[in-house]
Write a protein that binds this ligand. Structure first.
Ligand SMILES: Cc1cc2nc3c(=O)[nH]c(=O)nc-3n(C[C@H](O)[C@H](O)[C@H](O)COP(=O)(O)OP(=O)(O)OC[C@H]3O[C@@H](n4cnc5c(N)ncnc54)[C@H](O)[C@@H]3O)c2cc1C
Length: 385
């Protein structure tokens, strides 16, 4: 295969798009294949924390992301009635790292990332259905029957990754024990403007994330068997589940059109022994889908993408070695976050009154400086030049 064969990316989610942008900036020819027929602009919101925003700086995208979303200055952990357990002022943390976290609508992020690529770089309606590789290159087989040759293939195709299936066989996602609704309420419903709030009830939680002009993203979790569905009156059922939750929760639920409320069981992937074989690797949810409790799934996909591009650029003559080095650089950090997220979710979803009482006491007693210090390792990831 010619040395100048393109790099192929399966999946045009945040991980795949950022990888394409970062690789193009390093001078690679890149082709992205996205299964969906067009750019997806629907969906709820996303918090991009400081570590992810820092990764976007060398790509020239951090200011645009902040302008399209809402900078975050604080986080509040509360009981259902609004009693504050812990409040974290993020302004000092943001000053230390030179960037704030940003809450953004998923559609706005998708448009911004796709807009940073030339027209045609992402081919929509082109799912990767199979792959082959040998010592010289890789072939992606597409859903329309085309076979595309590349120098390497990155599986950024999400938790149900076809690339992962082709490399390692079936990996069954693990149900965390709770389901989650998400929605975006109109901006007319007042919420604190730069602060995310998470309220803890008994086996259920409600989160509020301001998106600025785009409204307010909210999420709601509840312990439940897997595979549940909503009754026709989803507003009524959410109102009943979150009856003890103080304002603005009832208004946010009522103000969100029922047809736009999403429901997903919360799952993650078991830890994979490897992400890479030869000229093919995985990134983002395809490699390490995690529960959303740390708000880090997309952030880690973005870190993967930028660090992968850095390794490929440093080892152009030996791409398989670059992919192996990328995996080695990323695994320990990501696995730690997957496990932390799983643990945090379990504690947050507790129902037992004694355990909850102790937990809440602990959070109330914890100095906020300790909480702020605990994010240093998370946000202080080394950003490649
Ligand atoms: C309730 C909830 C809340 C969350 N909140 C946050 C948050 O606040 N902050 C955060 O950082 N993360 C959050 N996450 C996690 C985040 O959504 C994911 O980690 C992130 O979307 C992963 O990005 P990705 O690009 O790896 O995969 P995806 O976003 O899943 O993108 C994969 C893409 O690949 C495409 N695709 C699939 N199969 C193929 C194929 N065979 N060929 C070609 N294309 C294919 C898909 O259509 C999709 O566009 C949350 C997740 C959930 C469930």
């Amino acid at each position: 295969m010619a040395m100048d064969a393109p790099l192929l990316i399966a999946g045009g989610g945040p991980g795949g798009l950022v990888a394409a942008i970062a690789l193009r900036r390093k001078g690679f020819d890149v082709r992205v294949f996205e299964r969906a027929p067009e750019l997806r602009v629907a969906g709820a919101g996303l918090a991009l924390q400081i570590n992810a925003v820092r990764m976007l700086v060398p790509l020239g995208l951090s200011d645009a992301v902040a302008a399209a979303g809402q900078r975050l200055a604080a986080g509040s952990l509360e009981l259902a009635d609004g009693t504050v357990l812990q409040r974290m002022d993020l302004t000092a943390v943001a000053a230390r790292f030179g960037q704030s976290g940003v809450a953004i609508h998923r559609g706005a992020l998708a448009e911004l990332l796709a807009g940073a690529l030339p027209a045609g770089a992402v081919e929509y309606g082109a799912g990767v259905v199979d792959l082959r590789q040998d010592a010289d290159g890789v072939t992606a087989v597409l859903s329309d029957g085309r076979e595309v040759q590349g120098a390497a293939l990155v599986g950024a195709d999400g938790i149900h990754s076809t690339v992962r299936l082709a490399l390692f066989g079936e990996v069954v996602p693990r149900y965390a024990g709770y389901t989650c609704w998400r929605g975006v309420a109109p901006p007319s419903i007042p919420v604190p403007p730069n602060c995310t709030t998470e309220r803890w009830g008994i086996g259920r939680r409600f989160g509020v994330v301001p998106l600025g002009a785009a409204g307010t993203y909210w999420f709601a979790t509840n312990n439940a068997p897997a595979g549940g569905t909503d009754p026709a009156d989803v507003h009524g059922s959410l109102r009943a589940l979150f009856a003890g939750f103080a304002d603005p929760v009832p208004g946010l639920i009522a103000g969100t059109p029922a047809a736009t409320i999403l429901r997903n069981d919360i799952v993650d992937l078991p830890i994979l022994p490897r992400w890479t074989i030869g000229r093919v690797t995985l990134l983002g949810d395809a490699a390490h889908a995690m529960t959303p409790n740390m708000g880090q799934g997309a952030c880690q996909a973005i870190e993967d993408a930028v660090i992968l591009a850095d390794h490929l650029a440093k080892s152009r003559a030996d791409l398989p070695a670059a992919l192996t080095a990328y995996e080695a650089a990323r695994r320990d950090r990501v696995i730690g976050i997957v496990r932390q997220s799983e643990r945090f979710g379990k504690v947050a979803q507790w129902e037992n009154p004694v355990a909850r009482g102790l937990r809440d006491l602990l959070f109330r007693a914890m100095p906020s400086s300790l909480m702020a210090g605990s994010v240093d390792a998370l946000y202080g990831v080394e950003v490649p030049a």
